[in-house]
Design a protein around this ligand. Sequence first.
Ligand code: NAI
Length: 288
Amino acid sequence: MAKSMFEAVAVIGAGTMGNGIAQTFATYGAKVLLVDLSEDALKKGVLAIEGSLARVVKKGVITDADAKATLARITTNSKLEAITNVPLVVEAVSERPDVKAKVFSQLDRQCPPATILATNTSSISITQIAASTKRADRVIGMHFMNPVPVMKLVEVIRGQETSDETTAKIIAASESIEKVPVAANDFPGFVSNRVLMPMINEAIFCLMEGVATKEGIDTVMKLGMAHPMGPLALADLIGLDVCLDILEVLHQGLGDDKYRPCPLLRRYVAAGNLGKKSGKGFYDYSKA
Ligand code: NAI
């Protein structure tokens, strides 16, 4: 089994992404401190990790003893102050610039100078996040995909001031946990959402204009383009509010009307139909 280049890592945010990132580093031998302001989120995060590890054991990929050892490497804390002497922090708190700025400025004050501060943001500028610290050369984007233990990609995003050394370390660290890193520069949406979101948005325009039914649009992309999932079902999975937020970032940041969010997407979000998490989006999940 490969071994994480970093022997100790702090992960902030125990939600969807944070618990997956913690599980992944711990699987490859790192001691992980998982921090979330909410005790409830920490409990749910650990439960999610237990469930996920149990599935991997069932598939025969790891033994029950491996799963227990992985869990034992993860400790939790509800205070950011608990993060003191780790070489890498990966932040996965809510996608809000003000929240991230506060977290990074506190981390900058309390972490040793050599600590690399990485963010899992899917759309906020790395340069902007780094500006809330005095170590912009050691701030970088480490954008994992959902579900983290399964998805191979890590988009490694350099901010304006990120050093070559920091970038090289994060690329090596990603490889050490058997991910495939792809380097990208700090432009709105990076590569992943810059390409994905306009496709999803266009699928919603097709639905609004009656080009085809939702099932029809998704089937064209699945069977015609070999996508594992249609764009409308994928939007439901990501969350329609999240899709709208990212499209707003692309539209504002790139200043091109080709990124304008479809009015039908706005209407779904205004109605509270946010996709799978709310029980209803383009599809109905209430009976699932
Ligand atoms: P989430 O809402 O599931 O989890 C966020 C967690 O952060 C919550 O448990 C919350 O209690 C905690 N939190 C909020 N403020 C905090 C603070 N100041 N200190 C400590 N903990 C705090 O969010 P999710 O989906 O895990 O997203 C996290 C980050 O990952 C976001 O930046 C998002 O854009 C990014 N991302 C999300 C993906 C997804 O599919 N959900 C995919 C790739 C990136």
